[in-house]
Structure formats: structure tokens, C-alpha cells
Design a binder for this molecule. Structure first.
Ligand SMILES: NC(=O)c1ccc[n+]([C@@H]2O[C@H](COP(=O)([O-])OP(=O)(O)OC[C@H]3O[C@@H](n4cnc5c(N)ncnc54)[C@H](OP(=O)(O)O)[C@@H]3O)[C@@H](O)[C@H]2O)c1
Length: 250
């Protein structure tokens, strides 16, 4: 099976993986709506799309923590696009506390952006896709959600919860023709990871976007590691006993 996407919303399209996904969707002939808080960055992605000569992108300044604005914005975008085949939820923030540092505000913010914002978008989109008996939802989670990590307890919690949320949606809606895709990247070279020194098996955002779209087009509601080698790492991580895992520096 190879799904064809014609109308897409990318939440978190102003940089990194989301921006690359938007560019590659445009290259495939898909009309795209770009969402995020930094309008200037969204405009740069839209300008690249326009200059490609293939199409134009809709730009909407949007903060995913303003969840009450989602239903009306979704309606507006679906009207402008003339329908919807694909939602990509790529918005995310990561806080890595230092040794001895504890910060509830940062942990809360990660849950609000990485999980609650994702629930606010995927709920109405899933209802729409279930009613139309088709559509693809791509949620960018992370391999970080496989275990509670001492380097970022709040981030790993938000990603574990988002992974579980997407699995629940898949179990609820895939029988109605909705393709729910969970994406668990390893290290991707984006603004989010600029400050991280050691990034084993890092890939460029363009490669990540290519792998993500290929998994989404395949249908069948997959849960994928990006790139696939992280599956083995995840298997190993999951089987390290807790008393040993806490001694590791990851
Ligand atoms: N890079 C990696 O190694 C890696 C690995 C695993 C998973 N991921 C996940 O991949 C996704 C994309 O991250 P990235 O690596 O591409 O980093 P990025 O370049 O920092 O992109 C993050 C995106 O999230 C958006 N965002 C953040 N807060 C938002 C808010 N309140 N409202 C709306 N949008 C918001 C940003 O847009 P604005 O700032 O314009 O709002 C931006 O478009 C994230 O979910 C991240 O957790 C990344």
C-alpha cells in the first residue's frame, strides 16, 4: 500500500523535523498548513515551498498550550485546505536538568506541549478521520519514552505518555480506517539537540522526515523507530534491570 497525502497540517513546522516533513510533503504535491509560535520561521519554510514553484503553504501562528483554540483553528484550516488527509504533531520541547536540579515549571511545560497539545490536536482530527473512514495521524514521540531517564525525567515521562496515547488512539480508531503512526526517533540533528555533545547514530532532519513519511505512507498504523536500528537499542534499554539502569549516566 502507498497512501498519497494531498492536504496536511503540520503542528510544529517552524524548525527541525516538522519543517523538513512540510518541505517533503510539498515536494510530493501535498498542500500544507504550517503551525508554530515563531511566525518568522514558519514564513521562511513557506517561502521555500513557494519558491519551489510547486505550491504555497498556509502559515498559522499557534501555541499548542492554547488548547481551547484548536477546534476552531482546525475547522478553518480544513476549509482552507479543502479537506484533510494527514496531521503531523511534531511540536515538542526538551528540558535537561543539571545534577541536583528540579524544576516543576519546566516539567509541566513539557507535559503541556509534548502530551496535552498532542491530545488537543489528535482528538478532533481522529473524530474527523473516523467519520470520513480515512486519514493519517503521525505523532512524533521519542525513544526517550522507553524508560524513565535520569537525564530528563520530565521529557521521558511526556514521551512515554504520548506513545501510550497514540497506541490507545490506534486501538480505538484503526478499525475505522484511521492510520495512527507513532514515531520514536533517536538522535536527529535539529535545534533541539544542538547543545547535546554526544549524539550516537545521529541523522539529519531530512533523513528523519523521509523515514517518517515513508512509514506513514505504508499505512497499517505502524509504530516505528527512526532510524530502525534504535529498535535494538530500545529492546536492550527495556531489559536493563532498574537497579542497574539507575547507575547509568543516560
Ligand atoms: N531532535 C531529536 O533528536 C529528537 C529525538 C526524538 C524526538 N524528537 C521530537 O521531535 C519533535 C520535533 O523536534 P525537533 O528535533 O525538530 O526540534 P525543534 O527544531 O526544536 O522543533 C520543535 C518544534 O516544536 C514547536 N513548538 C515548541 N513549543 C511549541 C508551542 N508551545 N506551540 C507550538 N509549537 C511549539 C516549535 O515551534 P515554535 O518554537 O515556533 O513554537 C518547533 O517547530 C519533538 O516532539 C521532539 O521531542 C526529536
Amino acid at each position: 500500500m502507498s497512501l498519497v497525502f494531498r492536504r496536511a497540517i503540520v503542528v510544529g513546522a517552524s524548525s527541525g523535523i516538522g519543517a523538513e516533513i512540510a518541505r517533503q510533503l510539498d515536494a510530493d504535491g501535498c498542500a500544507v498548513a504550517l503551525l508554530g509560535r515563531r511566525e518568522d520561521e514558519l514564513n521562511k519554510v513557506a517561502a521555500a515551498i513557494t519558491s519551489s514553484g510547486r505550491g504555497s503553504a498556509i502559515v498559522k501562528k499557534h501555541d499548542v498550550t492554547h488548547t481551547d483554540t484548536v477546534p476552531a483553528l482546525l475547522d478553518e484550516l480544513v476549509k482552507q485546505l479543502g479537506g484533510l488527509d494527514l496531521l503531523v504533531y511534531a511540536s515538542g520541547i526538551m528540558f535537561t536538568p543539571g545534577e541536583g536540579e528540579y524544576d516543576f515549571a519546566q516539567d509541566r511545560a513539557q507535559i503541556e506541549v509534548n502530551l496535552i497539545g498532542g491530545m488537543a490536536w489528535t482528538n478532533p482530527v481522529c473524530a474527523m478521520f473516523e467519520a470520513q473512514r480515512s486519514g493519517t495521524i503521525v505523532g512524533i514521540s521519542s525513544i526517550a519514552g522507553e524508560r524513565g531517564r535520569r537525564t530528563f525525567p520530565g521529557y521521558s515521562t511526556s514521551k512515554a505518555a504520548f506513545t501510550t496515547w497514540l497506541e490507545g488512539l490506534r486501538n480505538k480508531a484503526s478499525r475505522y480506517g484511521v492510520n495512527v503512526v507513532t514515531v520514536k526517533p533517536g538522535f536527529v540533528d535539529t535545534p533541539m539537540t544542538t547543545a547535546i555533545e554526544r549524539k550516537p547514530m545521529v541523522i539529519p532532519a531530512s533523513k528523519a522526515a523521509e523515514l517518517i513519511l515513508s512509514a506513514a505512507k505504508g499505512g497499517g498504523s505502524p509504530s516505528v523507530f527512526v532510524p530502525g536500528q534504535w529498535w535494538l537499542v530500545a529492546m536492550i534499554l527495556r531489559h536493563i534491570p532498574s537497579f542497574l539502569f539507575r547507575k547509568l549516566s543516560i
